[in-house]
Write a protein that binds this ligand. Structure first.
Ligand SMILES: N[C@@H](CCC(=O)N[C@@H](CS)C(=O)NCC(=O)O)C(=O)O
Length: 199
């Protein structure tokens, strides 16, 4: 299979960490993308021109990180990262959605900050910071009740918080979130996280 990615995308990192945890990294060819000028091969897989996008071994196109991660989870039996049925499935999917929402706020904020002075929308920036802080607080409240084994929600949370550390250190999200900060430190030591550090 082939993964279209950029090294700094937190969504692509989710997929790479998932592949590593599933023991699938060796089967995944990484294709570096230029998001300002997506090439035809990338657009043929994902018409939106976003990363991550995956071509499976049978040539199937799969995109959007939650879809790719679930697809990878079904590719091998263990470890199972998304429970098949029951309340835990919804806990994990909701946790992943919360972490993805945090990524959305952070990525939007980073892009807005890159605009030329005078073109930046400070109201939008403040709204994203407020939403992002709400998501971090919700993660700290909810994560202790997630399954004790590794899940797609844990992977998404680790990648979202890692992106805040990487691109938005001035927000100092750790200041008011000791427990989550310690969780993140611990999670970042996993080989799958170490081998996919952005930069
Ligand atoms: N919901 C998507 C979001 C992916 C996304 O927005 N990726 C960014 C990179 S971090 C991208 O490709 N941006 C290029 C663009 O929007 O044209 C996912 O979970 O995969």
């Amino acid at each position: 299979m082939k993964l279209f990615f950029t090294p700094t995308s937190p969504y692509a990192r989710k997929v790479r960490v998932t592949a590593a945890e599933k023991g699938l990294s060796d089967r995944m060819e990484l294709v570096l993308c230029d998001l300002r000028a997506p090439d035809q091969a990338h657009l043929a897989v994902n018409p939106a021109g976003k990363v991550p996008a995956l071509i499976g071994d049978a040539g199937e196109a799969i995109y959007d990180s939650p879809v790719i991660c679930e697809w990878l989870d079904t590719a091998t039996e263990t470890p199972q990262l998304l429970p098949c049925v029951g309340p835990e499935r919804w806990t994990v999917l909701r946790g992943e959605a919360l972490a993805d929402a945090l990524m959305d706020d952070a990525v939007t904020l980073v892009l807005e900050r890159r605009r030329a002075e005078g073109q930046r929308d400070r109201v939008l920036e403040q709204a994203r910071v407020t939403a992002l802080r709400r998501c971090v607080a919700a993660l700290e409240r909810e994560l202790p009740a997630w399954p004790q084994t590794l899940t797609l929600a844990h992977i998404a949370a680790g990648c979202a918080l890692g992106y805040l550390d990487f691109r938005l250190p001035d927000l100092d999200w750790r200041r008011d979130h000791d427990w989550l900060s310690r969780w993140c430190e611990d999670f970042s030591r996993r080989p799958s996280m170490r081998s996919t550090q952005p930069g």
